[in-house]
Design a protein around this ligand. Structure first.
Ligand code: ZN
Length: 460
């Protein structure tokens, strides 16, 4: 880890100053006890700083040690925490981009998750207001723990787009399972099951919303229907819109499209490529933006999983696991942009990760017991070992996904079961339940119920 205490910041350390003894104090005993008192304060402060240093160093190792290059961009020392920009990394001894002493850290911890990226830049980079003045302003809203669902704001993101099977093919989130059946009249027979993940996630979200609404919560869904993106339009409508320069400019202005995405729009991509390489990240950035603008007390991201080793997903598997993801594991690539570095600082300082672990742990336990699906261990899927870090809670993994990284506040990113499992595929497509006039399965209702109970337990 880079030791930033060796930089010029060091000369400003309060510990370097001499402690003056008031002239009016002549009694040696009083001077001695006064000095002892100051020394006591000094050691108390050093002790607190030491504890904070240990706490954040441990947190860095627990949730961000997947990409070791991250250590080049952050320094945790006796003085506090520093963030180093890629330019500074290249020049040894240059000043860190952000330097926070432990008092600054303490002020930021309860509010960093509620400050917009623009505000945070003004405070930490442009330094328009002094730290003290900034925290006296009443624009900062500290979010303390809420104790009931009444008035609570909950965001739900139903993963993917869904809709017709063709849309599922465009977003590569559908499958047709071919299942051999017992011989009928001496002839081979097969059953085909078609599934579109974005529809399962949407109806789960809708059922969960009804349950939370009835408890007095204010619930926001990032998309309003199957087949519709978070932008309020279908992918094919978006494809028409991007032919207009004004629309593309508005995407750029709202930070929804990257420079890479803009360049790709100039190329001739087929629908699947355009979806995967440009539209998916625009839609994802918009989901995060919608959620953060809503300022929820917690967020639920709903997905359904598959067995990664069953690629092609045209036959069933006997594997079935439940797992959840929380923020962490950000990569050194994320640190190339200031937005990425500010976001990393938010994750390091705020309780967003710790609260997400608590929420996800409550949800994953409910999902496992209600669905009777085992909780995934690290070795149960390749990506759990390769792309994730384990957390102190079973079935909760830190992973650098667009939404775990961008959403502020506690979140649970759930993957409750494997759709291609030989039992699940029948249960999921059973159509033995109804939601808003649509036929869905009781299995989906059970998943929504598990999320609901997990959320209630977390709040309690
Ligand atoms: Zn998914």
């Amino acid at each position: 880890m880079t030791a930033f205490a060796t930089t010029s910041t060091c000369s400003k350390l309060p510990f370097g100053r001499k402690i003056g003894v008031p002239d009016v104090v002549h009694d040696a005993k009083i001077v001695k006890s006064f000095a002892s008192f100051l020394l006591f304060l000094f050691f108390c402060f050093s002790g607190i700083a030491q504890t904070q240093k240990e706490f954040y160093t441990k947190k860095l190792n627990t949730y961000f040690s997947k990409d070791h290059k991250i250590d080049n961009y952050v320094s945790i020392g006796d003085y506090g925490i520093a963030i180093i920009s890629p330019d500074s990394v290249k020049v040894p001894g240059s000043r860190p981009e952000i330097v926070l002493n432990w008092r600054d850290v303490n002020k930021l911890v309860p509010v960093i998750s509620t400050i917009s990226e623009t505000e945070l830049k003004k405070l930490l980079i442009d330094k328009r207001d002094s730290f003290n003045y900034y925290f006296q302003k009443d624009t900062i809203r500290s979010k303390e723990q809420l104790h009931s669902l009444n008035g609570m704001k909950i965001a739900i993101d139903p993963g993917h787009i869904g809709g017709a099977y063709h849309m599922g093919e465009t977003e590569s989130r559908c499958m047709t399972l071919v299942i051999p059946q017992p011989l009928i009249r001496g002839e081979d027979s097969v059953k085909q099951i078609q599934m579109v993940e974005g529809n399962f996630s949407f109806f789960t979200a809708l059922i969960l919303k009804h349950k939370l609404d009835s408890m007095g919560a204010q619930v926001m869904l990032t998309r309003s229907d199957t087949g519709v993106s978070s932008l309020g339009i279908t992918f094919f409508e978006w494809k028409k819109k991007i032919k207009h320069k004004d629309y593309v400019d508005s995407l750029e202005k709202n930070n929804l499209i990257s420079d890479k995405g803009l360049n790709l729009l100039k190329k001739h991509l087929d629908d699947k490529q355009l979806f995967a390489q440009v539209f998916a990240s625009v839609d994802m950035a918009n989901r995060a933006k919608k959620i953060n603008a809503f300022q929820p007390d917690l967020t639920v991201v709903i997905h359904y999983n598959v067995n990664e080793k069953n690629a092609g997903w045209n036959h069933t598997t006997d594997k079935d696991y439940v797992m959840t993801f929380v923020p962490g594991c950000v990569t050194s690539e994320d640190m190339n942009k200031l937005a990425g570095r500010l976001n990393f600082l938010r994750l390091l300082l705020s309780n967003d990760i710790e609260n997400s672990v608590k929420l996800s742990s409550a949800v994953v336990k409910k999902l496992s017991t209600k669905l009777n699906v085992p909780i995934a261990q690290k070795d149960d899927a390749t990506y759990l070992g390769q792309a994730c870090l384990t957390t102190p809670e079973k079935g909760v993994y830190a992973r650098d996904l667009a939404l775990t990284r961008l959403i502020k506040g506690p979140l649970v990113y759930g993957e409750p079961l494997y759709q291609d499992n030989n039992t699940e595929c029948f249960l999921l497509t059973a159509q033995d339940d109804t939601v808003n006039g649509f036929s869905v399965s009781k299995r989906i209702e059970l998943v929504a119920e598990a999320y609901f109970e997990g959320i209630v337990e977390y709040i309690r």
